[in-house]
Ligand binder design. Structure first.
Ligand code: Q9C
Ligand code: ZN
Length: 753
């Protein structure tokens, strides 16, 4: 290997190191992420351009260049260059978006055994840069990460904090300095990401199937080069509070950093009539036993389970419901059995209330422990589960909404402004959504099977277009899968493309995971294939957002072996242990990609990190409750219309087997007239219509009616009363006999020539 003269010490060192790894391990794959400088940008590219075992990702700010740089076009398949025409040094948001949505998908697809990250000093890097990058790159290679950083005496303060934070992160304790409220993404960064994505789609499936891919391809040549004058180069001045001496940094605090709460008392709730019921007492004891076997329990601070108090429950449940629950202990088994029929998927026991109180109280204890600073993270091995429980009634094996009670407790008692509830139970957490859908302080994100409305709990409330209400608009994110079999590839894509960007932008002070493991391999109810390792990776990702406080609370999950391994991997992630790499095909299936496209389409106006195409209408924090009343917002530009069209067309393309529909809740049969989505123009009576519509659009010779995903009237869609729809009858209001099945307030008319 020839080192060129122009090469600086940092890069020649990295080149030699990579070369040496490859000579020792001939089959190794190495990723070099080079946050370099502009002086000699192409050295590593050239050195490794013909070495397929090395993938070079080089990110540079080139604020002196004009227009888009040619390197972004991608000359070598194993070199991905990201040249950005502005100074993004101070903006964490810019970097993180780039890493989440562009670099990580490619890195996971490449599947390296080692990542080498280099950072040159010329960049005025924001303090959390190194720890942020360390946290995100670590899990990919089971912690085989090398960071090569050039230190500049002049900026030693920022760099020192960064280095100490990075070391802490490498040691398994992600470092979370206070981040400034996230600024908006810079247009240059959005443009660059889309440009690189487009150029590299031929090389990387993860980019081809990225939720933004359809937007990328539909925007050919239209994007203007933007260089607003307000983006002058700025110099960074370290703030006073950045002048921390390493030993004062929080990351060096002694003590155990994960608390664990479990009690056998929660095994008492059981099904008298059916001992084979999946929600069985052994669920929690199996998990606990496995945590003991892996030496995890002894590494955690054990907390005592307690019952939730009346006052804590009343914040999210009605007194009627609480009274009903406490009355159960006085009933006979036969009476309890009889009562079960008034609910959906519920069995009752004399001890049900006590167990449900303990489940909720245990999570509250973990919240108090983590918020007091005595632990960084928490694990709650509890049952019965909670996320289906509504304010006023039990549902789906759930009685009190434990995570809901805990989120409200964090807001009310700990005065938190931003709590993230991430629900990866295979079922939608209807109860949690309903409790917080108008509250912007609690961001609810759920990844669940939806099956076009047919999967439990079987309501259209679980669809992607339920984005929250009033002030909570944008703070309810549903990621609905429309078929079974989803696994690591799909969950990873959901995380990299939606969960991480949004969670990072939200900047939560606390993350509560509604951790059902019924999407795991082998679950009898879920029909999905998520591996325990993947649950570990998802947990680890969440420790990288906001203040990095994460509590994992058990919800569903019915394969005792699976759930025990899954919880073990989550706990290991929280303890900072290296996680096994994800293996296998990590390309998400088309149906999952379609779901992600819908989610991004519904939420890009609330979250700038999902809005690389610049479709932002209002930022979520500034946005008022007025969105549905402001008509101006509902008139998209023509380029928006094109994007919506692209998004809805890609929906149509997966419709071969499953025409889009929201299932009539009472009527589980497929009757053509029972399709509801037509109310906003998106429904097609059958697949023949679908084909004709897309044909016409291809030929560009007809008018097309395109529903907008943010139509504020979508929520008002009701089932067709008698199950049939006569499209030729006159409109009840205006007696017009032309088509009356679309919402004319929101429809976008696209005139094709
Ligand atoms: N035909 C949780 O995972 N299934 N609850 C009922 C009715 C109920 C799942 C099927 C599944 C409830 C917490
Ligand atoms: Zn579930």
């Amino acid at each position: 290997m020839a080192l060129t003269e122009a090469m600086d010490g940092l890069h020649s060192g990295v080149a030699l190191a990579v070369h040496s790894v490859l000579s020792i391990h001939s089959k190794a794959r190495v990723v070099v992420v080079d946050f370099g400088n502009c002086v000699e940008p192409e050295i590593l590219d050239h050195l490794f351009s013909h070495e397929p075992r090395v993938l070079v990702l080089s990110v540079r700010q080139c604020q002196y260049a004009s227009g888009s740089t040619s390197r972004n076009k991608g000359r070598y398949s194993n070199v991905l260059s990201v040249d950005i025409n502005c100074n993004i040094a101070e903006s964490s948001h810019d970097y993180l978006t780039l890493v989440h949505q562009l670099l990580l998908p490619v890195i996971y697809e490449f599947g390296p055994q080692m990542v080498v990250m280099t950072a040159a000093c010329e960049w005025n890097i924001y303090p959390a840069f190194l720890p942020n990058m360390a946290g995100l790159f670590l899990p990919v290679t089971s912690d085989r990460l090398v960071m090569a950083v050039e230190i500049d005496q002049q900026r030693s303060i920022v760099v020192n904090e960064g280095i100490v934070g990075a070391l802490s992160t490498l040691l398994g304790r992600p470092y979370h300095p206070k981040m400034s409220q996230s600024e908006s993404l810079r247009p240059e960064v959005c443009q660059t990401i889309l440009e690189v994505m487009k150029a590299q789609q031929g090389n990387w499936k993860s980019l081809r199937y990225h939720a933004l891919a359809s937007l990328v391809t539909s925007s050919t040549g239209k994007q203007e080069s933007l260089l607003p004058s307000h983006l002058q180069q700025q110099t960074i001045k370290p703030q006073e509070d950045a002048l921390l001496k390493p030993k004062e940094l929080e990351c060096f605090k002694e003590g155990q950093s994960v608390c664990l709460v479990y009690s056998e008392a929660m095994k008492e709730h059981l099904n008298y009539a059916d001992s084979t019921h999946p929600e069985c007492p052994d669920r929690i004891s199996c998990i606990f036993e496995q945590l003991c076997n892996f030496g995890i329990v002894e590494r955690c601070q054990r907390l005592k389970a307690r019952e939730a108090t009346l006052q804590e429950l009343e914040r999210v449940h009605s007194s009627r419901h609480i009274k009903f629950m406490s009355g159960l202990q006085a009933l006979k088994p036969s009476e309890l059995h009889h009562l079960e029929n008034s609910f959906d998927s519920i069995y009752l026991h004399r001890r049900t209330n006590r167990c449900a109180l303990l489940a909720a109280g245990s999570i509250l204890t973990a919240v108090d422990c983590v918020m007091s600073g005595s632990c960084q993270h928490g694990v709650a091995v509890v049952r019965p589960p909670g996320h289906h429980a509504e304010r006023n009634n039990p549902c789906g094996f759930c009685f009190y909404n434990s995570v809901g009670v805990a989120a409200q407790h964090a807001v009310t008692s700990h005065h938190l402004q931003r709590v993230l509830v991430l629900d990866w139970d295979v079922h939608h957490g209807n109860g949690t959504q309903h409790m917080f859908e108008s509250d912007p302080r609690v961001l609810y994100i759920s990844i669940h099977r939806y099956d076009n409305g047919r999967f439990f709990p079987g309501s259209a409330d679980a669809n992607y277009n339920r984005v929250g209400l009033k002030k909570g608009k944008g703070f309810n994110i549903n990621i609905p899968w429309n078929k079974g079999g989803m696994g690591d590839a799909e969950y990873l894509a959901a995380f990299l493309e939606v969960v991480l960007p949004v969670a990072t932008e939200f900047n939560p002070q606390l993350v509560l995971i509604s951790a059902g493991f019924d999407a795991a391999v082998g679950d009898p109810l879920g029909g999905c294939n998520v591996t325990p390792e993947c649950y570990g990776h998802m947990t680890k990702f969440l420790t990288c957002v906001g203040d990095g406080r994460v509590i994992v609370a058990l919800e569903g999950g019915y394969n005792l072996t699976s759930i025990s391994y899954c919880m073990t991997l989550c706990a290991k992630a929280l303890l900072g242990d290296p996680l096994p790499c994800l293996s296998g095909n990590l390309t998400p299936c088309q149906s999952a990609v379609d779901s992600l496209i819908s989610v991004v389409g519904a939420h890009c106006k609330f979250w700038s990190s999902l809005n690389l195409k610049g479709k932002m209408v209002e930022s979520p924090r500034k946005q008022a409750s007025s969105i549905s009343t402001q008509r101006s917002i509902s008139s998209p530009t023509s380029s928006q219309a094109v994007d919506e069209l692209a998004a809805s067309l890609s929906q149509v393309s997966m419709a071969e087997a499953t025409p889009r529909k929201i299932q009539d809740e009472e009527k589980k049969e497929e009757a053509p007239g029972g399709e509801l989505e037509g109310a906003c123009g998106g429904g097609h009576e059958d697949s023949a219509t679908t084909l004709i519509l897309s044909d016409c659009l291809g030929a560009q010779e007809l008018y097309a009616v395109v529903p907008v995903s943010w139509c504020p009237h979508l929520e008002e869609v009701q089932p067709v009363p008698d199950g049939t729809l006569n499209t030729s009858s006159a409109c009840e209001e205006c007696y017009d006999t032309s088509e009356n099945w679309c919402c004319l307030t929101c429809v976008v008319w696209e005139v094709c020539i």
